[in-house]
Write a new protein. Sequence first.
Length: 445
Amino acid sequence: MSKHHSPTPPKLAQAFLTWFCKDGLLEEIEGDLYEEYLDRWERHPALARGMYVLQVLSFFRPFALKRFADLIPDNNMMILHYTKMGLRALARQRLTSLINVLSLSLGIAVAVLIYLFIQNEDSFDRFHTQHERIYRINRMDLDPNGGMVWGIEGHPMPFVPAAAEAVPEFEAIAEVYAFDEYLRTDLWEGQQEVYAVGADFFSMFDFAFLAGPQAFTGKDQIVITDKMALQYFGRADVVGEELDLFFDDAYYPMEVRAVVEAPPANSSFQFEAVVPFQFVRENPSMASYDRWTLSFVRSYALLHEGANPGAAVEKLNALAETHFTHSFAELTEQYGEGSRVVYQLQPLTEVHYDQEIVSSGHPAGDRTNGYILAAIGGVILLIACINFTLLALGRSTRRAREIGLRKVIGARPRQLRQQFLGESLLLSVVSLVLGLGLAAWWLTT
């Protein structure tokens, strides 16, 4: 007895024959091949299987082939069929389809825009690679109960040098003093937002330099944005050129030290030009401002890896007790014994949402508004989806006669479900594309 238990032809060859052979020839060819296979199998099973495969391949000729369209799998043909039927059905009910598409696409567009707005708000200042170690230094005046009666981001001009010496937890610390002043060249003159910054500013914060070095070597140097370079010089390569900066009733010639990309929209720093803080500190008009009784300079600190912010705050508070005796006296007189001045290290990523500290920088955001907008966006999208579903169901009920006719001619329930799901999917895809297009158009305009 042979070790082969049944004279079954190779299944792969059988499947290939069924796939390519015309229906009118398939039964006859299969029968003839099977008879020859049985005859050979009784004498030599292995030879029978090999010859069966060769004979199947010999019939792969034009006279036996199905039409090319018949070779396409049924699933693909059904998808094509459902797409055609769906387009025809949508064309017959233009108004309903239009309402369906517009409502869902508008809901998607609104939801996408709200999401992008919230994402932009939450991304403020996170593009700086060291943002987790950067803090804004705030001053807070407290009453005897510890309640804040006044909070500002401004500090006296002597504060940063004193803090850099007194707080070893600081790896770097920099001043930021913002002012609007006129700048001029032979081509253009206009008012711009100018920042006077400390020497560590560009090593702490990441702004893309397009030309020139990051460090200042003199107080009469200036860094400008690429936008300002085009506006004032008509070109981007302007390193070494000169422009005039108006400050305290006089114009000062400034050498363009470098060109940077304009700060992104999600940055708390929005400047067009940057000069060294030394320019402000050594200006004769600012001599009377270099004292502990005037607070107008923002300060940012970069802490060492693993440094304790609390320890740094204690050392800053010791500075306050030493240099703000006048403020302690005023607070005590106004609010009672125990009033004091303290410092706060606020993480850079929280600065944008702070509405309690008086700031001269970028307008503060509002987390509550973000939550409200997120809820509104979710509700709008949910309503759009419910409306889409109800309109789709209503459209289906109006096609009861069509459904009955399809059942009569042999359509199965599964096929009918696939057709209606296909139509809904088609509408959903169109709505998604249109919604994203509307959102993109809104953003660009």
